[in-house]
Design a protein around this ligand. Structure first.
Ligand code: NAD
Ligand code: DAU
Length: 336
C-alpha cells in the first residue's frame, strides 16, 4: 500500500505517520507538506531514515506537484491532514484558510479522481457541526453549521469530498474528530500553550468565563481510528471520532497547573474569542459499532503523559516559541 499523507509534518499528521510506520513498516508513506509555520520535520526525526518514508515539500494547491507525486509514487490512497488549523488565526486572516482548506482539497480530489486512486480520506473536524447546548452529542447526521472561518473552510472541503463521491462515484471517507492532545502539539493551542506558559512563568490566558467545553482525544487514539477508516470504512461514509472526554477549559487549565505544581495565580481571564463555540461532544457509536474502534488512553493517563512530554522536550517547544511565534502571541494576547 502506498499512502500520500498531506500535512504530515503537523501535529496530528506526524503522530499518524509514526503510528503507521510502526504498525505497517512495509507500507510506503509519502509525507507531502508545505512546511507552513505549523509544519516541523523535527516531529518526524525518529522515522526520517526509514526506507519506506519519503518527504516532499509542496503545497496541496500546486496541481502539478500533487499530480507528479501521486504518479511517481504510485499512490493508492490520499489521507488529507493538510490545513490551516487554528481558529484564532482564521478570525484575523481567513484568506489562507479558504485557499488551503477548500481549494487545496479540490486539487487533491481531482488528483485522486484522475489517477483512479483506491480511496480518498478527508481528515475533518467536529467544528463543522457548530456548537451544542448543555446536552446532546454530534452524530454523523447533525447538520453542518460552522461558526468560524476555520470551521466554514473545513465544511467547504467536506462538501467537496461528498460531491466527488456523488458526482464521480469516488471512494471517499470523511472523519470528524474532536480536540486532540498529545506530543508535538503546536503551542498556540490550549493544552500546549498552557503547559509551556506555566513552565515559563507566564500568564495563562483563558477566554471568556472558561466554561466552554471541549471533548479531548489522545492523538494516538485518533490515529488508530483513521487506520480503521482507511482499511475498512464504507465508501462515501462519514465517521465521527471522540472518546467521551468532555471538560471545561478552566478544568483543564487548573489540572495542568496541579500536575506541574504551579499556582492558580498564573490564570488570567481575557476577552472571549469572537463567535466562540460553547460546547463540543462527539457520539462515536458508528465508529465503534461498524469498525470496532476502542480508544486506548483515558484522559487522566493521556494528560499526565503529555505534560511529562513537554517537561522532557523543552528544546522542541522553546525553539518554536520565538521569532514569528512571539509576534503572533503579542498580537493575540497583547503581551510577550
Ligand atoms: P497543524 O496546524 O498542526 O498541521 C497542519 C499541517 O499542514 C502543517 O504541517 C502544515 O505545514 C501543513 N499545511 C498547511 N497548509 C498546507 C498546504 N496548503 N499544503 C501543504 N501542507 C499544508 O494541524 P493539526 O492539528 O495537525 O490538524 C491536522 C488536520 O486535522 C487538519 O485538517 C485539522 O483541521 C484536523 N483536525 C484537527 C484537530 C485538532 O484538535 N488539532 C481535531 C480535528 C481535526
Ligand atoms: O474540535 C476540533 C478542533 O479543535 C480542531 O478542528 C482545530 O483544528 C483545533 O485547533 C481545535 O480547535 P479549538 O478552537 O477547540 O482549540 P483551541 O486549542 O484553540 O481552543 C480550545 C479551547 O480553549 C477553546 O474553547 C478556546 C480556549 N482557549 C484557547 C486558547 C488558545 C483559551 O481559553 N485560551 C487560549 O489562549
Amino acid at each position: 500500500m502506498n499512502l500520500l499523507v498531506t500535512g504530515g509534518a503537523g501535529f496530528i499528521g506526524s503522530n499518524f505517520i509514526r503510528f503507521m510506520i510502526d504498525k505497517y513498516p512495509h507500507y510506503t508513506i509519502v509525507n507531502y507538506d508545505a512546511l507552513t509555520y505549523a509544519g516541523n520535520l523535527e516531529n518526524l526525526a525518529s522515522v526520517e531514515k526509514h526506507p519506506n518514508y519519503h518527504f516532499i515539500k509542496g503545497d496541496i494547491c500546486d496541481k502539478t506537484l500533487v499530480n507528479d507525486t501521486v504518479k511517481n509514487y504510485a499512490i493508492d490512497i490520499i489521507v488529507n491532514f493538510a490545513a490551516e488549523s487554528h481558529v484564532d488565526r482564521s478570525i484575523t486572516e481567513p484568506d489562507i484558510f479558504i485557499k488551503s482548506n477548500v481549494l487545496g482539497t479540490q486539487v487533491l480530489l481531482d488528483a485522486a479522481k484522475d489517477h483512479n486512486l483506491r480511496k480518498y480520506v478527508q481528515i475533518s473536524t467536529d467544528e463543522v457541526y457548530g456548537s451544542l447546548g448543555e446536552t446532546g452529542y454530534f452524530t454523523e447526521e447533525t447538520p453542518l453549521a460552522p461558526n468560524s472561518p476555520y470551521s466554514a473552510s473545513k465544511a467547504g472541503g467536506d462538501l467537496l469530498v461528498r460531491a466527488y463521491h456523488e458526482t464521480f462515484g469516488m471512494n471517499v471517507n470523511i472523519t470528524r474528530c474532536s480536540n486532540n492532545y498529545g506530543p508535538f502539539h503546536f503551542p498556540e493551542k490550549l493544552i500546549p500553550l498552557m503547559v509551556t506558559n506555566a513552565l515559563e512563568g507566564k500568564d495563562l490566558p483563558v477566554y471568556g468565563d472558561g466554561l466552554n467545553v471541549r471533548d479531548w482525544l489522545h492523538v494516538m487514539d485518533h490515529a488508530s481510528a483513521i487506520d480503521l477508516v482507511i482499511h475498512n470504512g464504507r465508501p462515501g461514509e462519514v465517521y465521527n471520532i471522540g472518546g467521551h472526554n468532555e471538560r471545561t477549559n478552566i478544568t483543564i487549565v487548573k489540572l495542568i497547573l496541579e500536575l506541574l505544581g504551579k499556582s492558580e495565580e498564573q490564570i488570567r481571564f481575557v476577552e472571549d474569542r469572537k463567535g466562540h463555540d460553547r460546547r463540543y461532544a462527539i457520539d462515536p457509536t458508528k465508529l465503534t459499532n461498524e469498525l470496532g474502534w476502542v480508544p486506548k488512553y483515558t484522559f487522566e493517563t493521556g494528560i499526565k503523559e503529555t505534560v511529562q512530554w513537554y517537561l522532557d522536550n523543552k528544546y522542541w517547544w522553546s525553539r518554536i516559541k520565538n521569532g514569528d511565534y512571539m509576534n503572533y502571541y503579542e498580537q493575540q494576547y497583547g503581551a510577550k
